[in-house]
Design a protein around this ligand. Structure first.
Ligand SMILES: Nc1ncnc2c1ncn2[C@@H]1O[C@H](COP(=O)(O)OP(=O)(O)OP(=O)(O)O)[C@@H](O)[C@H]1O
Length: 333
């Protein structure tokens, strides 16, 4: 007999009461150990509900979740809801003791049986999250990003097999966010931890995930490696979640020199798939320039069509300039 999957949901449905059908509908998913699985989808698509079902904070109406071959019990069947081998971190760090030191906030979760082993474990958890220097600071005095690191250290100190992250970096500045993302990737690499995360941020899921799961209306629309899903999304919905793409109907596509195949009515072009040049036949005009730091997005217009084009050579053009475009790749739906 084949060994059981690490964490697996089979045809799970969780419907919330109300006029609208909502929740999670007939979802099957396999989570691989030692990997980061990221769930992305528009608001209300069922991401958090799926995560809670995997953790056992909610029980499915139909179907089953299994961890290493054993059924995950729902909240009605367990004194402390949630699976013992898993820990969840959300954007709220409410369970921290603000007036205690960082060290004590983490250490309190371990028993006092072997003090030396306990100290070593706390030191390791703080070091993995780059919090060693702040071990003796009061949590009250920390920034939002640092508090989030304490919450993560608390989550990993008991060595869970699965860490569930529900938008944990929402309150954290962009620069701190990237450091935290890297630290989590490093922890996964060093410890073999399995991470399941929910996020709204495409750059976050694309850079962190080994496996990307796209949800819509309570269902999984597609899943796979981030690069494949980004470059060749099966659905227009996925493309528009992951990229600031140009979506053109057949007429507008024609104006861009694209003839859609039979049964296709929409062309999708990512801004970075378009190259620019300036020559005599330039027939696009720059309507506006959105400066983004190391690149800019140019909004070009021709007749009724607007195109967003990424330009890494910033300050090369100004509004009103005429340009030619070459579309290197597009997707058809
Ligand atoms: N306790 C509840 N009672 C009734 N409806 C709920 C409940 N929790 C979630 N829902 C509904 O179920 C659907 C899925 O919610 P869920 O929170 O799982 O989505 P989500 O993708 O995580 O959304 P968001 O990104 O906004 O957090 C939504 O339509 C939501 O309104």
């Amino acid at each position: 007999m084949a060994p059981p999957h690490f964490l697996q949901a089979t045809s799970i449905t969780k419907k919330y009461p109300g006029e609208r059908v909502s929740g999670v509908l007939d979802v099957s998913i396999t989570i691989n150990p030692g990997k980061i699985t990221a769930i992305i989808g528009e608001s209300g698509s069922g991401k958090s509900t799926l995560m809670r079902l995997l953790y056992g904070l909610l029980a499915p109406d139909e179907g089953e979740v299994q961890f290493k071959g054993d059924r995950i019990w729902g909240p009605a069947e367990k004194l402390i809801p949630g699976h013992d081998a898993m820990k969840m971190v959300t954007q709220h760090t409410d369970d921290l003791n603000l007036f205690a030191k960082v060290w004590d906030n983490v250490a309190v979760l371990l028993p006092n049986i072997n003090i030396q082993a306990k100290e070593e474990k706390v030191a390791t958890a703080l070091s993995l999250l780059n919090m060693t220097k702040l071990a003796n600071s009061r949590v009250f005095d920390l920034s939002g990003g640092e508090k989030q690191r304490v919450a993560l250290a608390r989550a990993i100190i008991t060595r869970p097999e699965v860490l569930l992250l529900d938008e944990p970096f929402n309150q954290v500045d962009t620069s701190f966010r990237e450091d935290l993302q890297q630290d989590i990737r490093q922890i996964v690499k060093e410890t073999g931890l399995t991470v399941i995360m929910v996020s709204h941020d495409p750059s976050e899921v694309l850079s962190m995930a080994d496996e990307l799961v796209v949800m819509r209306d309570g269902k999984i629309l597609e899943s796979g490696a981030p690069v494949g899903i980004y470059q060749n999304p099966k659905h227009l919905y996925t493309a528009s979640l992951l990229a600031n793409c140009n979506i053109l109907d057949a007429d507008k596509a024609k104006l861009c020199g694209i003839k859609l195949k039979a049964k296709k009515d929409t062309a999708v072009i990512y801004p970075e798939w378009i190259t620019l040049s300036s020559n005599k036949s330039s027939d696009w005009n720059i309507k506006s320039i959105l400066f983004k730091g190391f690149y800019e997005d140019l909004i070009l217009e021709k007749e009724e069509v607007e195109l967003r084009v990424r330009n890494y050579a910033t300050h090369t053009y100004k509004e009103g300039d005429a340009l030619s475009v070459k579309i290197g790749k597009w997707l058809e739906y």
